[in-house]
Write a new protein. Structure first.
Length: 129
């Protein structure tokens, strides 16, 4: 699954995902203000909001209510430092969590941050039990 996020300012969102979180631009269509981004095994698309966009309801901040996107990263602690150094605040700071995954448990170090439009991102680093 590759989510596409409808954003209010494609350049600001692109900068957040690439310069702060470390995503790479896999390809772009500048004329559409569209970017396809990747980080490790995670991929997402960002598209500048426009009148013909596929909107299912009015868009109000924060966008993506009721949803968080979990993105696995290699080093969530240093990513936290980059987020804060770039002047962004955290929705929830680092925490180690253990989840029941049906027949076992998995642990991860995680933090939550909102992108420029308020989409909630859960950045996680798997931990060994």
């Amino acid at each position: 699954m590759v989510p596409e996020l409808l954003v209010s300012d494609q350049q600001a969102s692109r900068a957040f995902y690439t310069e702060v979180l470390g995503f790479a631009v896999l390809f772009e269509r500048a004329e559409d203000r569209f970017s396809y981004l990747g980080l490790g095994g995670a991929q997402l698309m960002i598209l500048q909001d426009h009148p013909q966009a596929w909107r299912t309801a009015d868009l109000r901040a924060p966008r993506g209510r009721g949803c968080n996107l979990q993105i696995e990263v290699d080093d969530v602690t240093s990513l936290r430092d980059r987020i804060l150094a770039a002047g962004h605040s955290l929705f929830r700071d680092l925490a180690d969590e253990t989840y029941d995954v049906g027949g076992g448990e998995e642990s991860q170090r995680e933090l939550l941050v909102q992108d420029p439009d308020g989409y909630l991102l859960r950045l996680v680093q798997p931990l060994s039990l």
